[in-house]
Structures are given as C-alpha cells and as structure tokens.
Design a protein around this ligand. Structure first.
Ligand SMILES: CCCCCCCCCCCCC/C=C/C(=O)SCCNC(=O)CCNC(=O)[C@H](O)C(C)(C)COP(=O)(O)OP(=O)(O)OC[C@H]1O[C@@H](n2cnc3c(N)ncnc32)[C@H](O)[C@@H]1OP(=O)(O)O
Length: 245
C-alpha cells in the first residue's frame, strides 16, 4: 500500500495532519493520565502514612477519620475524573462500572462519614478507610507504571489479587457504617423532606439508606466479577468478551 507521501496529493497532507493531531492527542492524554495517577498515588500514600502515624502516636482509632478527612475528601472527590476519563474514551473502562464504583465512594465520604459525625469513630469506618487506601495505592501505581511501560510484576500481581479479599472487606466496612448511621438518621430526620411542603414531595433519607444497602446485593457482584474477568485477562491472558454498557 502506498504511503501518503508517495500519493503526493493534498490527501497526504490531510492524513499527515490528522495523524499528527492523533499523535498529539495521544501524548496529551498520556501525559494527563500519568500526572493524574501520580497525584492519586501520592495522595493515597499521604493518607496511608497519616493513618499509620496517627495510630502510632495516639494508640487508638478514635479521632482518626477527623484527622485525615480533608485529604480523603479531596482525593476521593478528585476520582470523579475517572468517570470523565471513561466518558471521553481516554481509558478503556466502562462508564457504568466506574460510575457505580466512584459514586458509592463519594456517597460514603460526603453523605455518610462527613454528614453523620456520630459514626466517625466506628471501627467499620477505619476498615473501609484502610481497605480503600491499600487498594488505591496499588491501583494508581499500577496505572502509572503501566503508562510508563515499566510495570513491576508484583504491582500487577497485587492489582489483580488484593481485590479478592479487599473488595468484600471494603463492602463490609461500608455496609456496617451505613447500618451504624441508621439510628442517627432516623432520630434527626436529616436530608429528609416531610409532607406537607411547597414542592409536595416527600423523601426519607432513612429508607433511602436501606435501599442503598440492598442495592449492594445486585451491584457488588457485578463489580467483583468484572474484576475477576480483568484478572483472568491480565494475569492469564484469557480473551474476555464483555457486553457493552
Ligand atoms: C447515590 C448512591 C449510590 C450508591 C450505590 C451503592 C451501590 C454500590 C455497590 C458496590 C459498592 C462497591 C464499593 C466499593 C468498595 C471498595 O472499593 S472496597 C476496596 C476494594 N476495591 C477494589 O479493589 C476496587 C476495584 N475496582 C476498580 O478497580 C475500579 O473501580 C474498576 C472500575 C472496577 C476497575 O475496573 P477497570 O478500570 O475496568 O479495570 P482495570 O483493569 O484497572 O483497567 C482497565 C483498562 O483501563 C485502563 N485504566 C483504567 N483507569 C486508568 C487510569 N486511571 N489511568 C490509566 N489507565 C487506566 C487500564 O490500564 C486498563 O487498560 P488496558 O490494560 O489497556 O485494558
């Protein structure tokens, strides 16, 4: 097949311009993803170190969430960009899978742990914090090294093995935390809208939380099996055909 230069026409210039544009977009996207993943790895590392230091200094988990919450809120909220990355197509991941994962985390951080101060010292909060931190340090360093084409095998192995235990452990931490929040939500009527009101709409956050808890039953297995398929694909080279969103 003749190259565009051999064709010698305007089409070649257009093709070259198009290729140049494609290459530039690729380089920009890669540079952005490297920056994003390095920043996220660093953020979760800072969070992990802060948690360990807190526990060594104080000898208790009480007050830990309060002391790390700013860093947690910043980096977990920043992860919303992951949905954007999928939507614009710079990462090959399902918007739906990523959306469920990120929105459940954002929900836990802002609408549970941040909003209901009484549950911040629950052991279950520490459980999901530790699990998220280990997961994210592994996951973002995996993406970073992968983008740099220097991926140590142990990081790849950790990315596609740790989740087998960490995913259920994280979900257990999240569900136990929501469960612990229920009495406070019921007592205060927070985020709820009672009739009559000018919008003629009623909303009960207490029952909403119960629905959220039940929604883990169909949604979590989807995420877990998605990761098991990724594991087979990446670690064992299996060709996996997944349905589109
Ligand atoms: C309003 C309230 C709503 C509430 C809803 C409640 C219901 C919730 C139910 C479920 C709750 C889940 C709760 C979660 C808890 C925890 O997190 S516990 C801790 C353990 N967690 C994990 O182990 C997380 C595992 N999940 C993930 O890793 C992701 O979130 C994912 C979306 C599921 C990942 O999947 P995916 O991206 O498809 O897999 P990968 O193999 O990692 O990547 C695929 C390809 O995409 C590339 N890529 C992805 N992201 C990036 C990036 N940031 N930078 C660069 N590249 C990226 C990746 O390299 C792969 O590329 P290829 O190799 O070319 O395919």
């Amino acid at each position: 097949m003749a190259s565009s230069e051999e064709d010698g026409g305007g089409n070649g210039a257009v093709e070259e311009k198009e290729n140049g544009k494609k290459r530039k977009l690729g380089a920009l996207a890669t540079a952005w993803l490297i920056f994003y993943n390095v920043a996220m790895t660093a953020g979760w590392l800072v969070l992990g170190i802060a948690m360990v230091r807190f526990y060594i200094q104080k000898g208790t988990h009480r007050g830990l969430f309060r002391s790390v919450q700013k860093t947690l809120k910043f980096f977990q909220t920043f992860a919303l960009l992951e949905v954007v990355h999928c939507a614009v197509g710079i990462v090959r991941t399902s918007v739906l899978v990523t959306g469920v994962q990120v929105s459940s985390r954002i929900f836990m951080v802002w609408f549970i742990a941040h909003s209901i101060k009484q549950i911040q010292n629950e052991e279950s909060v520490i459980l999901f914090l530790v699990v998220w931190t280990v997961t994210e340090i592994t996951r973002y360093s995996f993406y970073t090294f992968n983008l740099l084409n220097h991926l140590p095998y142990f990081i790849k192995w950790a990315r596609y093995n740790f989740f087998i235990i960490l995913y259920p452990a994280g979900v257990a931490g999240e569900l136990l935390t929501i469960y612990a929040a229920l009495p406070y939500v019921k007592k205060t009527g927070m985020f709820s809208l009672r009739l009559p009101n000018k919008y003629n709409v009623s909303f009960d956050y207490y029952y909403f939380l119960i629905i959220v808890m039940f929604s883990y039953v169909p949604l979590f297995p989807q995420l877990y099996f998605h990761m098991l398929r990724q594991r087979r694909r990446v670690l064992h080279g299996e060709v996996i055909v997944e349905k589109d969103d």
